[in-house]
Write a protein that binds this ligand. Structure first.
Ligand code: ADP
Ligand code: MG
Ligand code: ZN
Length: 268
């Protein structure tokens, strides 16, 4: 009871467009590996992206439905990214001028009763990466670029969430709003809604946030609840033992009910 929990979400939503964000390849889930690709979405030299108008429409819809301000001028940026799930080695995203800022979603306040707002810092458009398939029977990793260039919205909340129940309700509300607007089917099992949750703890009444950790791609509401609770507990135990929480990305294993360190953030 000595501590307060603080959580914020970065949620990726795959949009319900028929085609990808910068080419006319299909966004259909599944298909034979590397059959939904073209020179644009695998980034061959000399190709040029052409923005899908429907992605902008969905970004605006999602922004208005969450009380956000729609940018009159918005632009895209390259995020260099040296990893085999993205063959062109950069992701086209929005760093400086996102499509929407300053929204909010209302949830029940689990600490003080009544309602509260979880503020949405921004919503930006970006392209998805491909998928690595680790073959556990041999020593190889296969790569499937079908998902490369599938349009995403990334919805970044402020750290306004104070419990596991609030975390679940925030994502449930967000999903309901986006499904209602037809922006996405938000199927967590198929990865069309992927929640990254940041968690920290601080002493009750403190004005300064504690160091946070991030758990990526949590894929069910039950897992969100368990992950937020277990991670806060792990951090409290560290602090009580006189140790420090390190800022890092952790993998949540829902079957084991525990998280494992993946990598520390070199430069957040
Ligand atoms: P970065 O750009 O390094 O990912 P951001 O400031 O964009 O960092 O924050 C990423 C996410 O982490 C946001 O959803 C935000 O609400 C959340 N967050 C930031 N600080 C904290 C904290 N101390 N505790 C919990 N969540 C946090
Ligand atoms: Mg971030
Ligand atoms: Zn393509």
């Amino acid at each position: 009871m000595k501590y307060e929990l603080v959580a914020g979400f970065e949620t990726h939503i795959e949009l319900a467009t028929k085609t990808k964000i910068f080419c006319s390849c299909t966004t259909a889930f599944g298909g034979a590996p590397n059959s939904h690709c073209c020179p644009v979405c695998i980034g061959l030299p000399g190709t040029l992206p052409k923005l899908n108008r429907e992605v902008v429409n969905f970004g605006i819809k999602a922004g208005l439905a969450t009380h956000g301000e729609i940018a009159e001028i918005s632009k895209m940026d390259r995020k260099n990214y040296c990893y085999p799930d993205l063959s062109k080695a950069y992701q086209i995203s929005q760093l400086y001028l996102p499509i929407c800022r300053n929204g909010w979603i209302e949830i029940n306040d689990s600490v003080n009763g009544g309602k509260k707002k979880v503020r949405i810092h921004e919503i930006h458009m970006e392209e998805d990466a491909g998928k690595l398939v680790h073959d556990e029977w041999s020593d190889c990793t296969l790569v499937n670029y079908n998902r490369c260039g599938v349009p995403l919205l990334e919805i970044v909340s402020e750290p306004d969430i104070a419990s596991a129940d609030e975390a679940v309700e925030y994502v449930e509300k967000l999903r309901a709003i986006l499904q209602f607007c037809g922006v996405s089917d938000c199927k967590m099992q198929e990865g069309s809604l992927r929640a990254d949750v940041n968690v920290s703890v601080m002493e009750k009444g403190s004005k300064e946030f504690g160091t946070r950790t991030e758990m990526k791609n949590i894929n069910s509401f039950k897992a969100i609840h368990n992950a937020v609770e277990a991670e806060a507990q792990r951090q409290i135990e560290l602090i009580e033992d006189g140790e420090k929480v390190v800022q890092e990305t952790r993998r949540w294993d829902d079957s084991k009910g525990a998280s494992y360190s993946m990598r520390s953030k070199e430069d957040a």
